[in-house]
Design a protein around this ligand. Structure first.
Ligand code: NAP
Length: 280
């Protein structure tokens, strides 16, 4: 029930209509009997500063931040967590001692899903990341912090791979980081322990298969950040060749659960959050 004490938690993005976060966060808030509601707000880039000022003025509880605001929002917070600073992006806002803090739970959400759902420890592993956008930035940073042995990054735009590489080289010099060219991709893909799809390729039925089916093997894990469809062409092909597969649902739930903990100080029921967005 909404009353005069109900607090606001929100999602700031543009667009936000597709987001599953309101459903899964409101279920968790209700289960823990927290008097707060989670709402999605479509905020155009030119209105971001005013939106943050308005939220502070109405004493909001916290927020998630998504495309295209994850980097711009950094200008409007009082402090960044070490994680957000390392990644260079914010997906969570919370209030601590009256200060607005910018954090990033995407990378931690990914690692939790990788370890808990996939049973895969990235330490000393050889990994291929497809795509060098926002999600790849958070994931690569975390994989380097977890001491992966070798990180291979491929994007059609080599400049984007270079930007990620420059950022993560500052964090851990132990991990070998390589920018992969299109002509090298199959050979590298065959040799890695883990392949992570951080491109949006596979969301649409008409999308092509990202990697040739002959690269997959039984000793690999293929992690696709996409969760709708549940199995992309990439995952179906990898599964056919005996590889272990994982979609992005677990990451979505874990990053949301970590944000929830920052806002409320409580660990939410992540199984119930997952069931809600799976429509069970
Ligand atoms: P983004 O910032 O747009 O990055 C995607 C990157 O992939 C871009 O650099 C893009 O290049 C590149 N790319 C596109 N097609 C490619 C191809 N065929 N080969 C290599 N690189 C290619 O998007 P994002 O925010 O990182 O999100 C990426 C995907 O992850 C989306 O599907 C998103 O829904 C998903 N995601 C899931 C979660 C989760 O919790 N499960 C969290 C975050 C993101 P161009 O820009 O040049 O096209």
């Amino acid at each position: 029930m909404i009353n005069s004490k109900t607090k606001l938690i929100c999602l700031l993005g543009h667009p936000v209509g597709h987001s599953k976060s309101p459903e899964m966060q409101n279920v968790a808030l209700e289960l823990d009997e927290i008097n707060a509601k989670y709402m999605a707000f479509d905020v155009k880039p030119e209105n971001l500063k005013e939106a943050v000022e308005g939220l502070k003025a109405v004493n909001f509880m916290g927020a998630n931040v998504t495309i295209p605001h994850k980097e711009n929002i950094m200008k409007y917070v009082d402090e960044l967590t070490e994680e957000a600073r390392n990644i260079g992006a914010v997906n969570t806002l919370y209030i601590k001692k009256g200060k607005l803090i910018g954090d990033n739970t995407d990378g931690r959400g990914f690692i939790l899903s990788l370890m808990e759902d996939g049973g895969f420890d990235p330490k000393d592993k050889k990994i291929l990341i497809l795509g060098a956008g926002g999600a790849a930035k958070a994931i690569s940073t975390k994989l380097v912090m977890e001491e992966a042995r070798e990180l291979n990054i491929f994007d059609l735009d080599e400049q984007k791979s270079e930007m990620i590489t420059d950022n993560i080289k500052k964090i851990n010099v132990k991990t070998e980081i390589k920018i992969i060219k299109k002509c090298e991709i199959e050979e590298i893909a065959k040799s890695v322990d883990l392949i992570v799809n951080c491109t949006p390729v596979g969301m649409k039925e008409s999308d092509p298969l990202l990697l040739n089916g002959n690269v997959f093997s039984e000793k690999q894990l293929v992690f696709d950040l996409i969760y709708n469809p549940k199995k992309t062409k990439l995952l179906l092909e990898a599964e056919k060749k005996g590889a272990k597969i994982l979609n992005g649902l677990g990451m979505l739930v874990y990053q949301g659960a970590l944000s929830f903990e920052k806002w409320t100080g409580k660990k939410p029921n992540s199984n119930k959050m997952k069931n809600k967005i799976e429509g069970e």
